[in-house]
Design a protein around this ligand. Structure first.
Ligand code: AHG
Ligand code: MN
Ligand code: MN
Ligand code: MN
Length: 336
């Protein structure tokens, strides 16, 4: 009946974070304010992405970024929006973005105590064909507010305070953890609010899906090749796994989080450290996976134990359902 159509106990992202904030009285709302600025950035990008084809926002921006990738217009626009939103929040002091070669040190007058590493637009190769893309972010606490250095962001992922992503797909979904589990929120465009739709997400212990770019198979190492072979030709009589690969990390990880399975971007001969960047792709997604009961492995160690040396460092990554990643760890242990 009518009453069901309009739930009145709307749990918005802001209310949810304020409830969480109760656990961090010392933060005096700073984290909530920081998050509200990240959310503003996500809403802006969601709107731009939805109009990309119409607003001539597809195609190349004519520049190349530090990754050697041709920047898309939406890469550049999203980056500008997030940098401005984060600086204007007055709660950040160092920013690391995929699209900026150097870290951004916020003007001392506007400095706060958080460092944010972000991928403003993830899955750029999918922009022009309308396939899901996203934004990924990770948040650290500054070590010494009066002495801000690059060391403040070259911290192991296990020191991250919070991490999340926003996926711009059939709906706009923001998934977030501040160390007390993972929650998913869906943007209600009529309210302009993110509403809690996926409380306390837990990834299935074992999955039936593997997600990898098989086009790199020729260059894989033995443990990766063996794992993928076992997915296709199981020796224990179980049915073969399904392959699902979208090519936007946010979309592949979101499906893995909800359905279970494993996402892998292994090293290969061309890229001995794989392709995905530690600070703003591997760490945030690994943080979320662990918070949801899954795990994340680099081929050598727990992903969150990695200590980056440069802000655009890359690492191989195997993340997802706990038992599936255990299988991969065993194969690498055999090879070690
Ligand atoms: P970005 O668009 O931010 O540069 O990231 C692209 C990444 C990631 O989204 C995805 O998992 C991976 O690139 C896909 O790489 P391949 O096309 O080599 O499979
Ligand atoms: Mn890129
Ligand atoms: Mn990316
Ligand atoms: Mn990107």
């Amino acid at each position: 009946h009518e009453a069901d159509a309009y739930r009145t106990d709307l749990m918005t992202l802001t209310r949810h974070v304020l409830n969480e904030q109760g656990r961090h009285p010392e933060s005096r709302g700073d984290f909530t304010i920081l998050l509200s600025h990240i959310v503003l950035g996500c809403k802006f990008v969601a709107s731009a992405v939805n109009k990309a084809g119409l607003a001539k926002l597809i195609g190349l921006a004519g520049e190349t970024n530090v990754q050697g990738e041709e920047q898309k217009k939406l890469d550049v626009l999203s980056n500008e929006v997030f940098v401005k939103a984060l600086v204007s929040s007055g709660r950040t002091c160092v920013l690391v973005s995929e699209e900026d070669e150097e870290a951004t040190f916020v003007d001392p007058k506007l400095r706060g105590k958080y460092c944010v590493c972000f991928d403003p637009l993830d899955g750029s190769s999918n922009i022009d064909c309308g396939v899901s893309i996203g934004t990924i972010f990770g948040i650290y606490m500054i070590k010494d507010k009066d002495n801000v250095t690059l060391e403040d962001v070259l911290q192991p992922g296990k020191d991250m305070l919070a991490a999340g992503y926003c996926m711009y797909g059939s709906s706009c979904t923001l998934v977030l953890s501040s160390g007390n589990g993972v929650n998913g929120f869906t943007l209600d465009p009529s309210l302009g609010e993110f509403i809690l739709t996926h409380p306390d997400i837990k990834i299935p212990k074992k999955g039936k899906i593997y997600s990898v770019n098989e086009g790199n198979a020729r260059n894989w190492d033995v443990p990766t090749a063996t794992f993928v072979e076992k997915c296709k030709y199981p020796q224990d009589g179980s049915p073969p796994k399904s392959l699902r690969y979208i090519g936007s990390m946010v979309a592949d990880v979101h499906r893995t989080l909800l359905y279970g399975g494993v996402f892998l971007y292994p090293a290969d001969e061309k890229n001995p450290n794989g392709k995905l960047r530690v600070l703003y792709e591997v760490f945030p997604m690994s943080f979320l996976m662990e918070q949801a009961g899954g795990q994340s492995f680099t081929g050598k160690e727990r992903a969150l134990d990695l200590v980056p040396t440069k802000i655009h460092d890359r690492s191989p990554v195997f993340l997802g359902s706990y038992d599936d990643v255990e299988e991969i760890k065993a194969l690498y242990a055999e090879q070690a």
